[in-house]
Design a protein around this ligand. Structure first.
Ligand SMILES: [Zn+2]
Length: 396
């Protein structure tokens, strides 16, 4: 469980990673364990200001497998951390097997996919292929983690030609996702006794921004449905008798590959820099219509800017997984991008690897009170990954 999940007993990634290292070594992997550097996001030039996190006792496990005579490398990357287990109505850690499913926290997202990857490696060892697998069991994807584990792998340098991120559900491959922005803004006020209408109420001032947030939402979502905007966090006030001197809000925003491309063309890097400018200008202009806010200003901080990614459908790894899905499942499933952000973005942006995401989880069960995965889906997923790797190594 991710130590930032809010669970009172969370924070035992290391024990699970040691078990993972043991399993990977047992099947012939050359295993390394390492913690991400404290400044992992700064080193990778990723906007990620608050709240700060620690990676102490939270190692990644990376194992290399040389198959046959070796050859081009393929990354299998899977996050091993999970969201909290409090509030689950089953035993989160029991691993109960019933009705063809395994039950427990992480079964669908994403420990079940970690096991699928391990099974795929074992299957490949029997296929007589020539290639290399770089297996990455990584930390801190969940609970608003920014994928520090995967970023740390990228910073160390990955000797590979493509990647499959083992995450998600439905045995459907995804070749892209939206970027995610989290602005935090501080709306000022002045404290005073509520009985005398003293001070300036920061809550009232913040409400002046509400129409602008709605306008931003409607405009962006009309231009591209992936570019969602939601006001998700509000903190203000400490006692009902005092007029609050500050309101702190956060939005959750998404942005498209086209917007990241524009920022890159403008010399601002692949990411949401232009969207960030626009949000500050747009909400800033709305605030400036109020004399008090015009004088004191609304301050913006950017908690998160996780870039989007898109891998071309003609990339060998895309073709390999599509062909293998068709082979194993007996139906064609086109690769397509999804809304939710994926760790695969780091592999394409930081390590410059064509990447796709593929998982055997069950839709709608991740993070829920009764999480499970179908064993048949794990087996089919392992077969698909193993076949896709074989196709990729053979240059098909
Ligand atoms: Zn996941």
């Amino acid at each position: 469980v991710n130590p930032y999940s809010g669970d009172s007993t969370a924070g035992n990634e290391k024990a699970a990673q040691e078990k993972m290292a043991e399993l990977l070594a047992e099947v012939g992997g050359r295993v390394e364990m390492f913690e991400p550097p404290a400044d992992v996001y700064e080193q990778a030039h990723i906007v990620r200001q608050a709240p700060p996190r620690s990676w102490r006792d939270r190692p990644n496990v990376v194992a290399e497998f040389v198959l046959g005579r070796g050859g081009p490398g393929l990354v299998l990357d899977c996050h091993m951390d999970t969201v909290g287990a409090e509030g689950m109505t089953i035993d989160p850690y029991g691993g109960e097997v019933r009705d063809g499913r395994v039950f427990g926290r992480g079964a669908s997202d994403s420990k079940g996919n970690l096991v699928m990857g391990l099974a795929a490696v074992r299957a490949m060892q029997g296929l007589g292929v020539n290639g290399r697998i770089v297996f990455q069991s990584v930390i801190d994807e969940e609970c608003s983690g920014g994928g520090a584990g995967t970023v740390a792998c990228c910073l160390r340098g990955i000797d590979a030609a493509a990647a499959i991120c083992l995450d998600g559900s439905g045995l459907t491959p995804h070749n892209g996702c939206a970027g995610v922005l989290t602005p935090l803004f501080r709306v000022p006020g002045e404290s005073g006794h509520a009985a005398y209408n003293a001070g300036v109420n920061a809550v009232e001032k913040a409400m002046l921004l509400w129409p602008a947030v709605c306008a931003l939402k409607h405009r962006r979502e009309a231009a591209d449905p992936i570019s969602t905007v939601n006001w998700t966090v509000i903190h203000a006030g400490s006692t009902s008798s005092a007029v609050p001197s500050e309101l702190v809000g956060q939005l959750h925003m998404q942005y498209s590959v086209a917007e990241a491309r524009k920022a890159e063309a403008a010399g601002r890097g692949w990411g949401g820099a232009l969207v960030r400018d626009h949000v500050e200008e747009f909400l800033g202009a709305a605030a400036a219509k109020d004399p008090f806010l015009a004088e004191h200003g609304v301050k913006f901080e950017w908690i998160k800017d996780l870039y989007p990614f898109r891998t071309g459908e003609n990339e060998p790894i895309c073709r390999a997984i599509t062909a293998s899905v068709a082979d194993v499942l007996g139906e064609r499933r086109p690769v397509e991008p999804i809304h939710a952000w994926l760790d695969a973005a780091h592999l394409t942006v930081q390590a410059k690897l064509p990447a796709i995401s593929f998982g055997a989880g069950t839709d709608g069960l991740a993070h829920g009170p009764v999480e499970s995965i179908r064993i048949d889906d794990q087996v089919a997923g392992a077969a698909i990954v193993a076949q896709a790797a074989a196709r990729f190594f053979a240059g098909e």
